[in-house]
Design a protein around this ligand. Structure first.
Ligand SMILES: [Zn+2]
Length: 244
């Protein structure tokens, strides 16, 4: 099977088989790795250390990149997180809220402009590697709270990347899950044999998934709705969980 990007893209000096994946270490980007591995792509994974308190996701990303035989770059932007006060993900004085993502309290987990930063770091790596594709794992479940996970953002980013790299081998920016639910990702990842048990979601920075923060809640719900066995080791008893 050939990478989906070959069909419409002119030969501009990029290697259509080289795909740069923004790999956070969570289940979306782990499934994204599985998705492009199944297409036969050579994978380059980019993980950005933006000073997130959930450091375990960077360890997870290392493990997952290794699992897929990917070249892995961990880019240190921890100094950026240090100046972004006010987000629960980078500021220890702000508590990580429990509950469902659709709640207003989850705005505390917004890191200003995060996806634009992560995507543009990956695009720089992509241009340097002459990659045909830069892939992002955002999905429809993120649209409500995170503006930089919406189709409008994806389209604007595609235009920006074209303009910003005119005359250079420029990767296409793909977001194959952008209209999918998290449950669709759980189902797809499971079918592809993605190592979802080793992916990391929890925002709280503990040794095990807490089971109650927004992203743990979303993770549990995704497996439950997908009808797929949830391989995650939660601190909170998983049997007490009920999807809304
Ligand atoms: Zn959690």
């Amino acid at each position: 099977m050939e990478p989906s990007t070959n069909n419409t893209k002119p030969n501009d000096g990029t290697d259509p088989f080289t795909t740069v994946v923004v790999l956070s270490g969570g289940m979306d980007s782990t499934t994204l790795m599985a998705h492009y591995a199944a297409l036969g792509c050579d994978l380059v994974a980019v993980t950005v250390d933006y000073g997130q308190r959930h450091r375990k996701e960077i360890d997870a990303a290392r493990w997952i990149a290794d699992h897929y035989g990917a070249t892995h770059h961990v880019v240190d932007l921890s100094g950026l997180g240090a100046v972004l006060g006010g987000s629960a993900l980078t500021d220890d004085s702000v508590a990580v809220p429990d509950g469902h993502y659709a709640e207003q309290s989850m705005r505390a987990t917004v890191v200003p402009n995060r996806n634009a930063v992560l995507a543009n770091v990956a695009v720089s790596v992509g241009v340097a590697h002459r990659a045909g594709v830069v892939a992002l794992g955002m999905h429809a479940g993120d649209h409500f709270i995170y503006p930089d996970c919406r189709p409008e953002f994806h389209e604007a980013l595609r235009q920006l990347v074209k303009v910003a790299n005119e005359g250079f081998p420029t990767p296409s920016v793909e977001a194959p899950f952008i209209t999918w639910s998290k449950a669709d990702i759980a189902r797809h990842g499971s079918r592809l044999g993605a190592p979802l048990a080793d992916s990391w979601s929890c925002y709280k920075g503990g040794d095990r998934h807490c089971g109650t923060c927004g992203t743990c809640y979303e993770r549990r719900e995704a497996f439950q709705v997908a009808g797929v066995v949830d391989p995650t080791d939660y601190l909170d008893d998983v049997t007490r969980f009920a999807a809304p």
